[in-house]
Design a protein around this ligand. Sequence first.
Ligand code: RIB
Ligand code: CA
Length: 337
Amino acid sequence: TICKRYAYTYFIQNNLKEIFLSIHKIILDCDPGHDDAIAILLALSSPKEIECLGITVCAGNVPIELTAKNALRVLSLIENKTVPVFRGCPKPLVTKLVTAEHVHGESGLDTGSGVSLPEPISNCQKQHAVEFILETLSKHPSDEITLVATGPLTNLAAAYTLDPKTFKKAKNIILMGGAGFEPGNITPAAEFNIFVDPFAAKSIFESEIDIFMFGLDVTHQMIITPKRLSLIKKSSNSIGPTTADLLTFFNSYDTKKYGWDGAPLHDPCTIAWLIKPEIFQIKKMSVEIETNNGPAFGRTIADWFNVTDKNKNVNVAISGKSDQFFDLIAERLSRFS
Ligand code: RIB
Ligand code: CA
């Protein structure tokens, strides 16, 4: 009996330790958006690695009412009524809102077939996203909450400005945005998420919180080729075809713009890194945000070769294994079968 008890205690201690060591408690701030939608699906398909405490939305790809509805529609696609969704800031901190219907369609989640995603089966919370972010950080110990951002950084910067002490309890910020080597995708210099709210980005990049930046340098390696689209379509009987239908539309603009055989799948890189960090190569470097008017407005100025002695404030993803990335997405989507 004593041996059995010892064996059981040993099993529980080691397994609980293993489980708790690897679970990331996250808030996912996003602007759905096709690639944001895949990031949501990837996060919610991975309960052993990720506990999503809430989804907060900002204005970006489309205005806030649509990003909010789209987050709810993604949850209805997987019949999830439990993850709370919070509306955030309807415009950037300083600049006018710039949206991307040319990429994501009028709804922000247009499909190749023209058939819309299911209507929401839940509603947004009454609490504002910024309040939820701060309340969550205040309720948890420091260095326990990961903030994932796959849209403009308006909500995060607003929370930081409102209550810097509480905001800095965040463990880290994992964001899709910027470009260190690649040119911009909304202007020759700037990536969309940073360009929409560069003053928010500047505030966050100077916050001294541990930042992991998944910019165009790595996301432009994650191309949704026809083979990978087919892999996603076959991944799940329930949501595979719909996900592929979404990405078929998402491919249409970028394939013409870049001349590639698919669009880059940006946002899920953040979640994939939390699940399988070995997919990516990370390099720490100084990254500053250009907020002066001019052709470089919204540029992430990355000191790639360390030619200055500036503080290396950002962990930049400089490359990724694209086959492993898409295999992970397909495997996780298959869990919704
Ligand atoms: O530049 C790509 C980013 O802008 C992605 O997050 C996409 O969803 C848009 O928000
Ligand atoms: Ca996005």
